[in-house]
Write a protein of this length. Sequence first.
Length: 769
Amino acid sequence: MNTALPQNAESPMASGQPHPHESAAAQIAGAATYIDDIPELRGTLYAAPVLSRVAHGHLLGVNTQAALTLTGVHAVLLAADVPGSKVLAALAGDEPVFAQDTVQHVGQVIGLVVAESVMLARRAARLVVPQIEPLPAIVDVRAALKAQSFVLPPVTVRRGDADKALACAPHTLQGTLEVGGQEHFYLEGQVAYALPQEQNQWLIHSSTQHPGEVQHWVAHALGIDNHAVTVQCRRMGGGFGGKETQAGHLAVWAALAAHKLQRPVKLRLDRDDDFLITGKRHPFSYDYRVGFDDSGRLCGLQLKMLAHCGFSADLSGPVADRAIFHADNAYFLQDVEITSYRCKLNTQSHTAFRGFGGPQGMIVTEAILGDIARHLGLDPLAVRQRNLYSDEAKRNTTHYGMTVEGNILQPLISQLALTANYKQRREAIASWNQNSAVIKRGIALTPVKFGISFTATLFNQAGALVHVYLDGSVLVNHGGTEMGQGLHTKVAQLVADELGVLLSSVRGSASDTSKVPNASATAASAGTDLNGRAAQFAARHVRDNLAAFVSGLDGVGAGAVQFAASQVITPKTTRSFKDVVALAYANRIQLWSDGFYRTPKIHYDKTTLSGRPFYYFAYGAACSEVAIDTLTGESRVLKVDILHDVGRSINPAIDIGQIEGGFVQGMGWLTSEELVWNDQGLLTTHAPSTYKIPTAGDVPAHFKVDLWPEPNPEDNVFGSKAVGEPPFMLAISVFEALREAVAQGCGDGKTVRLHAPATAERVLWALQA
Ligand code: MTE
Ligand code: HPA
Ligand code: MOS
């Protein structure tokens, strides 16, 4: 925990304190409501999806007869039942609401069965028979590239002359890397509950990171105005990016069923269906050529990145862009050429997942640096340090033209290396490995530099409402959503401090499109930066109203009125906040307000991907030690030390939780979580029986997280930095430690052929390669 921060929970300031999550107690007691817990309205019906079992084909017709004869089945909806647009309102306009004419992946939704119980709907869905004439399917990313099968055109970013740099480099390496995708495995699966209201209006309960988009999609599919659709979300049981766009599908389907039957309809996906229908983290494949000098300093890099996007664009454009923006991770790439292919395959449409392409950008460069170090017989940490951005002439601009400011990685890495005892442990591991025939160990220390802001500049805006009631209690509403990350807690802390009241007198309310309109997705880790500031501004407006009023009462300047410890203090009097509120109301002073924030300084050219897409960078580093069994390929993460930069922490308990959770989720991506599609395009790992997320037992026995003690040098809320995604990429240290261990097992410092996830099988293959 950050020792630089006061740890006194009794402190009058709410921010900077490790307050528990606003829902923690209710969640533990089972009293926090998720959508499936909302008391159901009389007449509620249940929907289940009808899925394509074919990866690609002509949809000739759908036989619904057998399903419809079951008692209790009310309808089977197909594309013809969509009153508005039959194409989802997704940006690229390339996804049908229900498959029409063609099916494009195993698991694509062809229709919906609506029945009187969940199990009946699911049983009936299996009786619906789509007639599909199969077509050739693309289920391999390299085959997609060969066929020029893309969801969006390729993008190239270059600086200098990579070809020339490679031609005169003292050393070169070339290689490939394969990195798997990742299922979100939110504990609460995708779910929506659609309720008809009067006069063709709709209330949608949606487990979504983006209520505003759900509203827009539902209105588009029903052919009505946005004002006729209200979307609410109190909380999600996890989103991790998987509910940024793809919650919209569920809401649209539930709304269409509710519209057709004029009854409330709930759609909660079975876990296997959730796996088969919804997109995941984009798997990536890479081809590279790299040039470097005797010290391991990079001089030229040519990198091809193949993003496996699935059948539609969804968020693949910005995800693949963010991978380009993070291919440097923390390092200065002098002469570089990166080409990104957004490959179209007959699979689920891959989507946002914590890091949003950042992890896929960074991992290849980290793997390359590890290989360079082993090639030259150097310590990988020394090679990494040698390549870091530095203010030394011309080594502090990114390949997309942004100056790296406030870079703390040199001191941060040195400090972590010291506290984690990196050097001595690396030596101890080397001699231990010499004497251990079967078990080999590896250690790696890798940094993270993650750009904070939505790359689409327009999304970097937020709104909030703060209401002060007559008893002095405060309700705050903003455009962000709660998915477990603690956004509502942090926003309440900020509002409490702005009004000088106790945190216990501030409550956050459910996200609701009828309160704050046009809100961006809660994503890009920017939830608190954006909504926290908007809420702070809203609270400030109310405080200013009260200050002006009290300054009139006391005949002092408004600037002399202070709000602290639930009191309003002027040089003349001290009143309780509650009394001031009551007096102000009696004098017709406005006790609620809105707030609006937009991130300053950001701009970039979408065609060349150059400019300043990010307001600032979040930094961190992790040192991980692993052991592998060279006979079975099994591995364990033994020790992890993290030093991470959250600026001035608004809530160190929540921030450390985000760092721990992000890291373990990253470990899962790189070690045990494996998505296997067979040659027919069927995802064969579509349940927890075959898809393995980390368990409590996988958390390293030594797991130490420290916070970097300096505030954000940019003017960000409370001096904090965003924390949601950056720590995910600290887990690349685990992958690099595994590659070190494999290199030890191979014995001769060869390039390690270990791909991700480093399952036992892959570790074994790498040892035998
Ligand atoms: N933490 C929890 N517990 N559950 C989640 O779903 N999502 C992550 C991260 N942390 C997530 C989480 C992702 S992908 C993002 S972008 C951020 O939280 C979003 O919230 P924030 O912007 O408020 O940090
Ligand atoms: N990050 C996360 N989600 C997003 C982004 C981004 O940069 N752009 C659009 N959705
Ligand atoms: Mo997070 S992947 O930006 O929802």
